[in-house]
Design a protein around this ligand. Structure first.
Ligand code: GLC
Length: 735
């Protein structure tokens, strides 16, 4: 077949989709089994290391038609050079797919996804993904292995950094926003990329919070907590999926036909590509469900895995498995059809080089507009956890400031983990942001005090001297970027090293002067000691390229923090898992004897889901309901009067929680079912209204099919999951 005939010209009388199907079928008929297996094979290039193995011969495999996709390669020039080999040196000239982990930015790095979710600004989250796709696609990338949509309720697990936290409903809304941002509304556009819903499924439920560990959850918990964000991705049009490394109740996801075919394709109607995680097929052998790699490959194909990431299992064993009849040709054709389809959808058969654009690269990458968006997202992601005596914002007329802590000068660390092609040297540290903002008008007395971890107190003395001398103290504490993300779990999620001691020592030396701590971290931390030591704490997460500017602007009041936690901060690691949407149990929490509590720690978290303060204050009026009852097919409106009772303009995330008081199965004491982010000038009020329908009251019944039951429901509206007042209504039975 001549290579030009691969172009997907419209076929008369056929729709674009029919044309694509026709072209896919035409091409499939001409492919050898080896070429088909090649399309099912993905190898890593050498521009990033994201897993345990690398095979340096990947380009030779492309040339032989035995590798149809590459990841961890970028820039227009480099991807063009690889694409040229596939298009011009192979028999059929089928273009390569280029994938990359564009998780929270490509070159312009945004705050980590957990931080972005704390903005509760879905439009901004979508915009951040849009910008990431714009930059990545200018550098030849067609496919990002994002969004990660694993609900996570165990902050010992390092990958909480990559998702949207503990809540199912919010997780679905953020997942949808990220898929829309990455894929846009036209995959053939040159600035959109394929998104990838990962890690399917329940990866966030790893036992003991240890990465890759077993997940043993009930079918109900799977259906109610872990699957919905993935279903939301399918409904948002996501074109690829990635199974998780873990098993669920004895079946590794990579070999789970129930998950990858029966649920994902047959029940949800997903028509895209399933790509494994890094060497996950090979790992079926140590999982103990495959005797050897050949069997591992057979199990994966039969489960519904289309593409083997880096494992080389399909590459080495699939042809023999087909020839022996253990794998059917039909199964191979189905997988290859799905892979070719997304390549057609991207327009790669029209122009394999359309995404390798030096011109767009120069115009788009780290543009001022993108950097400005990254700063705004960083500001909106900051969560003011504590602010006693209005310690913050610091006065702009301060004459001197002690800048103390192991992350005060950090630039690269601000990018966190999974920072794509980001350059840490281009990140703005807190120290640099202070210099940029104040120049010589503020005397900054810098003293690191201690390292992020380790036991060296030799720098304490200089820190104490700085705190004693300056008008105010800013501590910048937390984790290194590599202390969260993949394979980065912690058994003790307090501040590492001597940072607590440093904070306590410095706060004493400050002797009543304003002291505030900024946290740079990738997970909720059990910061009891810090909370005791300082009057103000600003959670900055890993805030990205413009993080330092966002932090300094907020510390000095140019921006008013509006972020709200999307994951509970425990008092102690021993409380984990602790999350707001808990069940009441038969012996609810109470100070009485024989109730569910600890002897050595309150049951409450240090900071609850939905918590976040402002430099102003907001008052919530009582919840008003439009009626005392609601017909099954009707609706009810719930509203509150919100007033800015402070002295500065501010934004408040008004949260709607519902409770099903009696149902055929136990239900959480509350579940987030809506929110509105509201801006109010000082003294202004607004009536914030939510519409509730029976769809908001749905839950999996005994057989896990969604049901709605008549009965009593409670509506709670507030600025946090812990601060809510409620009204009840009755859902009436269907007439
Ligand atoms: C890693 C991660 C996955 C990532 C992939 C490719 O092991 O688990 O999230 O997308 O490999 O880098």
């Amino acid at each position: 077949m001549s290579k030009t005939s691969l172009k997907s010209q419209p076929v008369s009388g056929k729709t674009a989709a029919e044309t694509v199907e026709q072209r896919v079928d035409d091409l499939l008929k001409k492919m050898t089994l080896g070429e088909k297996v090649g399309q099912m094979t993905l190898f890593t290039a050498m521009w990033a290391e994201t897993g345990p193995t690398i095979d340096r011969n990947f380009l030779q495999y492309v040339r032989e038609g035995r590798c149809g996709s590459i990841f961890n390669a970028y820039t227009a020039a480099y991807t063009r050079s690889l694409q040229k080999v596939a298009v011009e040196e192979t028999r059929l000239g089928i273009p390569l797919l280029f994938g990359f982990d564009v998780i929270h930015g490509h070159r312009t790095i945004f705050p980590i996804p957990l931080a972005e979710a704390c903005s509760w600004d879905l439009a901004l989250i979508e915009k951040a993904a849009r910008i990431a796709a714009t930059e990545a696609s200018a550098e030849g990338i067609h496919w990002t292995f994002a969004p990660m949509v694993d609900v996570a309720r165990d902050p010992r697990w390092g990958r909480v950094a990559e998702g949207a936290g503990e809540d199912v409903w919010l997780g679905c809304r953020v997942a949808e926003a990220r898929v829309r941002g990455f894929q846009g509304d036209d995959l053939a556009a040159e600035d959109t990329v394929l998104a990838c819903a990962k890690h399917f499924a329940a990866y966030g439920g790893a036992e003991a919070g240890r990465d890759y560990n077993i997940v043993d959850v009930s079918e109900r918990t799977l259906a109610e907590v872990y699957l919905p964000p993935f279903k939301a991705c399918v409904d948002a049009g996501v074109r690829t999926f990635m199974p998780a490394f873990n098993e669920i109740a004895g079946v590794p996801c990579t070999a789970s036909r129930a998950l990858l075919t029966e649920t994902l394709r047959q029940k949800w109607g997903f028509t895209g590509v399933v790509v494994t995680d890094y060497t996950a097929i090979n790992e079926l052998v140590p999982h103990g469900v495959a005797a050897d790699l050949a069997q591992a490959g057979e199990l994966s194909v039969q489960a519904g895995v289309d593409m083997d990431m880096q494992g080389g299992v399909y590459f080495n064993h699939l042809e023999a498995q087909v020839e022996s009849g253990k794998v059917t040709k039909a199964a191979i054709d189905d997988a290859v059809r799905r892979i070719l389809r997304v390549k057609f959808e991207l327009g790669l058969f029209d122009d394999p080089y359309r995404y390798c654009s030096e011109k767009r690269e120069k115009r788009q990458v780290m543009s001022l507009e993108h950097l400005r968006a990254a700063r705004i997202m960083a500001e909106k992601s900051l969560v003011l956890l504590k602010n006693e005596n209005k310690t913050l914002p610091f006065s702009r007329t301060l004459r001197s400031l002690a800048l103390i802590g192991p992350l005060a000068e950090a630039d690269a660390e601000l990018l966190g983990n999974w920072f794509g092609a980001g350059d840490g040297k281009q990140a703005v540290s807190v120290a640099e942001a202070l210099r940029l903002k104040f120049g010589d008008s503020l005397r900054v007395i810098a003293a690191k005090g201690c390292e992020i971890y380790g036991g060296d107190t030799s720098q304490f003395e200089a820190a104490v001297a700085a705190a004693s001398e300056a008008d105010a103290v800013l501590l910048v504490l937390g984790e290194s970027g590599s202390m969260s993300g993949e394979a980065a779990c912690r058994v003790d999620i307090d501040l590492p090293g001597l940072q607590n001691q440093l904070a306590e020592t410095v706060a004493r030396a400050a002797n009543g002067k304003p002291v505030a701590a900024v946290l740079i971290n990738g997970r909720p931390l059990a910061i009891n000691r810090l909370n005791e030591a300082v009057p103000a704490i600003l959670e900055a997460w890993f805030p990205g390229t413009m993080g330092g500017s966002a932090v300094v602007g907020t510390i000095f009041g140019d921006a008013n923090p509006s972020g709200k936690l999307v994951m509970t901060f425990p008092r102690s690691t021993g409380q984990i898992p602790i999350y707001y949407a808990a069940k009441n149990t038969g012996r609810p929490i109470s100070p009485d004897k024989y109730t569910s509590k600890y002897l050595d720690c309150p049951n409450t978290p240090l900071f609850p889901f939905g918590h976040g303060l402002s430099y102003t204050t907001f008052n919530y009026g009582p919840v008003q309901l439009s009626a005392a009852s609601m017909p099954m097919r009707g609706e009810i409106k719930a509203s509150v009067k919100l007033t800015n009772t402070g002295t500065r303009p501010g934004e408040e995330v008004v949260q709607l929680y519902l409770r099903d008081l009696v149902a055929c199965v136990t239900r959480p004491v509350k579940e987030l079912k809506g929110f509105k982010k509201v801006y109010l000038e000082p003294g202004d009020s607004a009536n914030i209204e939510f519409k509730i329908t029976s769809a908001d009251l749905e839950f999996p019944g005994h057989d896990l099919a969604p049901i709605v039951e008549p009965g009593e429901f409670e509506v709670m509206i507030g600025g946090s999951s812990a601060v809510c007042n409620g009204q009840r209504f009755t859902l009436l039975p269907d007439k």
